[in-house]
Each structure stands twice: as C-alpha cells, then as structure tokens.
Design a protein around this ligand. Structure first.
Ligand SMILES: [Zn+2]
Length: 291
C-alpha cells in the first residue's frame, strides 16, 4: 500500500465534497422547504422560505416564480404543467441577488392520464373550431376575454380554508389531463374534471375569491372564472344559469351558478378546472393543499 497515494485520495475526496456543495446546513437553509420532490404531471409544488427571503425567486423548468408573503414566511405555488416531459428537473431557490440558496432534483412522474374519445357532431364542432366567419370572430373575442381574465391576480391570498369540490356528490365522467380525441383526431388535454350531474344542480364556489369573468362564451357556454389571489384561478363551464357577475366577491360554498350543457357539451355536467395563471393543475392537488 502506498500511504502517500491514500492521503492524496482522501484530500481529493474532501475537496470534491466541499466543491460539490457539501457545506454545513445553515439555519436559513433549513427553513427553505418544499412539500414534495416527486410530483405528477399537472401537479403543484409548494415552496416556503423565511419572510426575509420574500424578494427571492424559485426557478423551475425555465420559468421563475415570485414569493407571496404570509405572516412570518413567504410562499410560492409552482405549477407543473401536464405537458412537461417526465424526467428530473432542477428546482432552485435564489435570493434577490440571484444566488442559489438551495436546490432540489424534482422527479416529474407520468400523470397516468386517461384517453377520452368523443364523437363530435357538426353543431358542436362549430362551437370550438367554427367555419362560419361570424362565429370565428366571436371565438377569437372569447379567447381574448378568457386570456385577459387571468392576466392579473390579487397579490393577497383571498382564501383561508382548504379548496372543496363545487359539487360534493357526482360521478367524474372525464378526469383531469385526459387526452381528448374528437372523431378519432387528437384534440387536446382535458384541463379540468367533468362532474356529470343533472341540469340545475347548484355549483358552489370552491373557495373564497373574486369573479373575473361571468359570460356566455361560444365554446364553453355560460362560464365563470374566479380569482383566489396568488395567481390561483378556478373555472366553471357549461352552466345553465349564472348567479354571479364580474367583480362579485364570493365566499366559499356560495352558489355561483347552475349545472347545464351550454357550449361544447354532450350532456349536462360541470367542467371544473383550477389553474396557476394559465397552467392547469389537477384540482385534487388543490383540495389536498395545506398552507
Ligand atoms: Zn370538461
């Protein structure tokens, strides 16, 4: 044995550990936490930091997310799009000088989404991909309205309780993220869950918030979008009746509309979706969310 060689190896190993970021854990870094490192496509990750790091950011999958402040901490909800490829991604917390304070390897797992095949008749087809110029114009305007509804969100969290299903009972006829085929052609992913219940069933607000859209739209029928603050939005589509108007503040559980089959629909149901900005998230992740 060459003891000089062994010493050199130990010195090199220690040097490597030091350079690779093996440093004593500081109290501040211990307080930087995430709620999960394994997440399914369409899920969300909660990142919590001490209050004095509120001007920092979270970097994930090519996007950056600002923190929202709570009493003695700062939090951000990071959306994992259902379009993200299944692999490992780096999630870093940086301070306002952009120095990395802590990082994780996030394992984005398959969302295990269903496949949903729909037979679409001409009438329904005209509501999503119209050929009539008048309808084309309306569809374009509708898309703009929906886009604008989610541009700004209250910087304050408008909710305090856990999110609830807008209709407690009722079969989920199409699950979140389902790959949709219209007449055999790949159309989209399903951005929410469909709850199949009779027309007229009351729809309850999933949480406290402010109505940012309540309108009759070509593709989604009578539609409600609510802002809950912190870039969290809920949407309720195909209503037979709207019970709220834009600007209304609603409490959790308030009846905001009735179930129907307006717009592109093949039977009475509520399409309920949740999003962070414009990235749709599995509503189940919001129901499970604890702050
Ligand atoms: Zn739906």
């Amino acid at each position: 044995m060459n003891s000089k060689k062994e010493k050199t190896i130990i010195v090199l190993l220690l040097g490597f550990l030091f350079l690779s970021g093996w440093t004593p854990v500081t109290a501040a870094s211990e307080k930087i936490t995430i709620n999960k490192a394994n997440v399914q496509q369409g899920g969300l990750i909660k990142v919590t930091v001490p209050y004095d790091l509120k001007e920092g950011q979270v970097l994930f999958a090519g996007n950056d997310y600002d923190f929202k402040t709570e009493k003695n901490k700062a939090v951000t909800l990071v959306p994992v799009s259902y379009w993200l490829e299944t692999k490992r991604y780096k999630l870093s917390v940086v301070n306002k000088e952009k120095q990395v304070l802590k990082k994780w390897s996030i394992n984005v797992q398959d969302g295990d989404f269903d496949k949903s095949y729909l037979k679409v008749d001409k009438e329904n087809q005209e509501k999503v991909k119209p050929t009539d110029p008048k309808r084309q114009k309306r569809r374009k305007q509708d898309k703009k309205l929906v886009y604008q509804a989610r541009i700004a969100s209250s910087s304050e969290r408008l909710w305090t309780k856990s999110f609830i299903r807008p209709i407690a009972e009722g079969r989920v006829s199409t699950g979140f993220g389902a790959t949709r085929y219209h007449n055999g052609n790949l159309a989209n992913r399903h951005s929410g869950i469909d709850i199949a219940v009779p027309a007229g069933t009351p729809i309850k607000a999933t949480n406290a918030g402010k109505v940012v859209l309540a309108d009759d739209l070509l593709a989604t029928g009578n539609t409600i979008i609510s802002d809950h603050g912190w870039d969290v939005f809920s949407s309720y589509l195909h209503c037979s009746e709207l019970k709220v108007k834009r600007g209304d503040k609603v409490e959790q559980g308030a009846v905001i509309g009735l179930v129907g089959d307006t717009g592109f629909s093949t039977g009475s149901h509520l399409h309920w979706s949740m999003s962070i900005g414009r990235i749709f998230i599995n509503p189940a992740d919001f129901i499970r969310l604890k702050l």
